[in-house]
Design a protein around this ligand. Structure first.
Ligand SMILES: Cc1ncc(COP(=O)(O)O)c(C=O)c1O
Length: 393
């Protein structure tokens, strides 16, 4: 590596699943049991029925270049979904909505829209700890300083905003919020988003809400950032960016399709970035995506399976279902040892919580002492998983 090639990418650690592979290397899952993979948060539900027909009808779209913003028909479907789901009076498909190739790339790219790497101070990028690791990688590579907000039992697993001082807020470029949260299952309520948007206005920063799990909840439908902005009289969604994904809502992670919506000024800049980086979704896949945003039936069917899975798990294991997402954030003594035992003795793949967090300035990793389980294989396997976990001490 020469001196010109060394860059901020070199500051990033290994991705959690690569670390998990190393942790389990050399171990064999108990051969007497069927392996249950609760490590990856990948929905494993049947393909919604409209996917095949829609794809076949639009195959000729592969012979055309798609738009990097998403073609009109897709942005229109997204805008209509946002209006229905979050009771928005208005959202403009041309100026306030973009399509994304899944939200992972968009969450990463957002930091390059929202940070000025040439500014005099290196700005803070707030994020929950534990977090979806993309936030960390994005903040660092775009030239920001990650500010880790501990999400622990003491904070009710909410990213703590009350203890942050005015000096820090003043030097903040933007805040990542993940609601419902991967991995803790915490859900932002109206008061939380209101407090954050008031701070954003006072200290001049942006709020980026990753709402990928908004359609997976146990009891109450999660509120959305745009909806709260509207309630506050901010009908143009100033300072707000929201991301959502068909990977979770429609169990279509392989489609690589999601949405970006909010403040027209930010969307304009994001659109410019996309015209240079070029992550366009192939047209036939955009048609499938539009059909998915237009349909709620399959989403309700999926929701029932996730709820039944949570019920099945907690009935056997004891405890309470998370407010949102299909994850269980389980306290254990030593998370790496627990994950190794779960694999070797009970043929279960889990993820150590510490791999989903980073060490903060007090030297604390907020994921230490936890494992993450994804209940993505239906109620029967969720119950089996709970039974097997009880044998691990
Ligand atoms: C919190 C969170 N955000 C975003 C994503 C990205 O999903 P996709 O790129 O499939 O839309 C994931 C995927 O696991 C996630 O857990």
């Amino acid at each position: 590596m020469n001196k010109h090639q060394q860059n901020r990418l070199d500051q990033l650690g290994e991705y959690p699943f690569a670390r998990l592979r190393k942790l389990l290397n050399g171990l064999k899952p108990n051969p007497e049991l069927e392996l249950i993979d609760a490590g990856a948060g990948e929905p494993r539900l049947p393909l919604p029925s409209f996917v095949q027909d829609t794809l076949l009808q639009h195959l000729d779209g592969f012979s055309k270049y798609p738009s990097t913003t998403g073609n009109d028909f897709l942005r229109q479907s997204i805008a209509e979904w946002l209006k229905r789901r979050f009771s928005l009076q208005h959202i403009d498909a041309d100026t306030q909505v973009l399509s994304a190739n899944g939200t992972r790339e968009a969450l990463f790219a957002a930091a390059h829209v929202l940070i000025n790497p040439d500014s005099e101070i290196q700005p803070w990028v707030m994020m929950p700890n534990p977090m979806y690791q993309i936030y960390l990688g994005a903040a660092i590579t775009a030239g920001g300083k990650p500010y880790l907000q501990p999400c622990t039992p003491e904070t009710g697993f909410a990213p703590d905003i009350a203890s942050i001082t005015a000096d820090v807020w003043r030097d903040t470029a933007f805040v990542y919020v993940c609601s419902p949260s991967n991995p803790t299952g915490w859900v932002a309520d109206e008061a939380y988003y209101t407090q954050l948007l008031n701070l954003a206005e006072k200290y001049d920063f942006y709020v980026l809400a990753d709402e990928c799990y908004s359609e997976i909840y146990y009891a109450d439908k999660p509120v959305g950032l745009l909806e709260v902005a509207q309630h506050m009289g901010n009908a143009r969604y100033k300072r707000c960016l929201v991301m959502n994904s068909l990977s979770k809502r429609s169990a279509l992670p392989g489609l690589r399709s999601g949405l970006i919506a909010g403040d027209a000024d930010l969307i304009k800049k994001f659109s410019k970035l996309r015209s240079y980086t070029g992550p366009a979704t192939p047209l036939p896949l955009q048609h499938v995506a539009a059909a998915a945003w237009d349909d709620e039936k399959h989403v309700q069917q999926h929701l029932k399976i996730y709820r039944d899975s949570l019920d099945a798990f907690f009935e056997v294991y004891g405890g309470q279902a998370p407010a949102g997402s299909f994850f269980v954030w389980l306290p254990v003594k030593d998370e790496e040892a627990f994950v190794q035992k779960a694999y070797a003795e009970q043929a279960i793949k889990l993820l150590p919580g510490s791999y989903l967090a980073a060490e903060d300035n007090r030297g604390l990793n907020a994921g230490t002492g936890y494992v993450r389980l994804a209940l993505v294989d239906g109620p029967e396997k969720a119950a089996t998983l709970a039974q097997r976990l009880k044998f691990i001490i």
